[in-house]
Design a protein around this ligand. Sequence first.
Ligand code: APR
Length: 242
Amino acid sequence: MQDASSIVVLTGAGVSAESGVPTFRDVQEGLWARYDPAELATPEAYSRDPELVARWYDWRRTLCSKASPNPAHLALSWLERFSRENGHRFNLVTQNVDRLHHAAGSTGILELHGTLWIWRCLRCAEEREERVVPFTEYPPRCSCGGLRRPGVVWFGEALPEGILEATNQAASECDLFLSVGTSAVVYPAAGLAHSARRRGARIAEINAQPTPLSPLTHWSLQGNCGEILPELLHQAFGYAPA
Ligand code: APR
């Protein structure tokens, strides 16, 4: 880390786990226990039952509205500032839709899978930030009368082009690629570390359990990222959380 002059960090749901946001592959709780998230997060599911899908996303919005950034989010926001102050490049790429990195003060975040907080009209394409929870109608409607959908990328949908391009560019130029709290199974995000490695970057991973990426990493640290990341930054740069 001390030698790196261009860092890319890729985060996944594990980064928000210690904030109380359940990961996608966790068992769902309560009302939603009988649904498979992978079957709700598709355009087909929304076409079939927009009310059900909107209610599920509203439940997730409500959960996220109560969550705060944890030490992992805060450490990454600090690392961004520290890197830039030292003339180094830093890019944070996230698969998370909760915007807890924003809440922690990170900037320029490349949101590969969109966000829960912006909803888009299917008729007029207007995008609007929706911070008030819960909704009062399912799915919410636009003023033009069209149905609105969450601004997230569903399974089977293309990733936002500009963001993917910027991400690929950053991954191809970095000398340290850090994968944090992601099962590294959903492409194209999972392929970023591979392309960074092919171009000579060092690859590190912090995750609660081994992932398909682990054998390809130079360092694979197993445990909670809310503990490991601050400790790593402390040892490398003297970071002391506020
Ligand atoms: N610290 C570090 N890792 C953790 C922690 C923690 N506190 N808690 C959980 N993890 C790990 C889990 O072991 C798991 O490997 O985080 C990983 C989370 O994996 P997923 O739930 O698969 O999340 P993610 O990799 O972000 O999923 C990718 O797939 O579900 C879709 O679109 C959704 O963006 C998501 C994408």
